[in-house]
Design a protein around this ligand. Sequence first.
Ligand code: ADP
Length: 399
Amino acid sequence: MNVLVINCGSSSLKYQLVDMKDESVLVKGLVERIGIEGARIKHETTGKEEVIIEEPMKDHKKALELVLDAVIDKDYGAIKSMDEIGAVGHRVVHGGEVFSGSVIIDEKVMQALEDCIELAPLHNPPNIMGIEACKALMPETPMVGVFDTAFHQTIPAENYIYPLPYKYYEDYKVRRYGFHGTSHKYVSKRAAEILNKDIKDLNIVTCHLGNGSSVTAVEGGKSIDTSMGFTPLEGLVMGTRSGDIDPAIIPFIMEKENIDFHEVNNILNKKSGVLGISGISSDFRDLEIAANEGNERAKLALDVFCNRVTKYIAAYSAQMCSIDVLVFTAGIGENSDTIREGICDGLECLNIIIDPELNKTRGKEAIISKNIGGVTIMVIPTNEELMIARDTLNLVKNI
Ligand code: ADP
């Protein structure tokens, strides 16, 4: 069966068509600037040249229509007709407390997704638009929702309840949800597979370090704690997000700068993190170059980033009483040897010892720890699309 994987943002749509016979990617692409002037699709069928399709797209339905045309195009497509798409898997950011796993999308699920909008006002509406567009264009094709929050639904209450008046949890569902769940699940499973061990016997800490970053404690295959919280703002220092700060700073700055909560929210999400500290960039490549050229604030931003990750790894190791495997993934985790080294520097007390030669690896699966019986440190490229395609196949194969 071929599974179409869809990941909708507010003005973007990422897609992949996966042949589940051998899990090979037939087509992948990215639509940008939906509803904005200059909309375009970057479309690539495996084994063929990438094509750019430029055409106005007033909404996600039009974008998806063009994507489906491209997928079945006789010159740059991969299949002959839409009948060859057996199911569609949708990435959905927030599943609230309702979804602890992937589900077949029906009317009840759509209602539950609507109910989650207030928890993820920026992310869930475009996800819902993507599902609506697919329903309109492929009404007979089964669809599955795969949630970023689902993997973290195993986190126990002592790790998800905030020390606030309990009624905020009861009335408004204010609690830790965690994100990047599909990625943490994929790399932790993959780590066990590569090591040929049963995941039930492993305590793993997974570090998803990209534009958004989070760390998860995976005990026996289950997420028991994660650094992102009620929103993806908590936890690690990120490209432009602050992560953990003293909450009292917020009213202090609001008063000093005479700004309202919209503005402070924007500062914490878009102007903080390594961008805020360095004043240069949110991109770690730029920061590494600047730090090497002697820019002190770029170096400081990278040091603050690394220290925060180090702290979480140590905390999660303690929560699980031990750590067997440490995994790095996503843009920074997969590619930056200096950041991986900076994070592990200081974790020798936990037997986390990186091998400088093995650490030179980039963008592929590798073990990078010194082979002296300590914690196994791994680089594992994430593959959220494959995870979504697998869940989709598993749910639709029996209907
Ligand atoms: P997203 O969260 O948008 O999926 P990615 O996982 O693609 O992000 O990560 C993007 C980030 O990865 C970039 O902002 C960049 O800082 C970082 N990155 C990518 N390649 C490298 C590299 N070679 N060295 C350092 N950082 C890198």
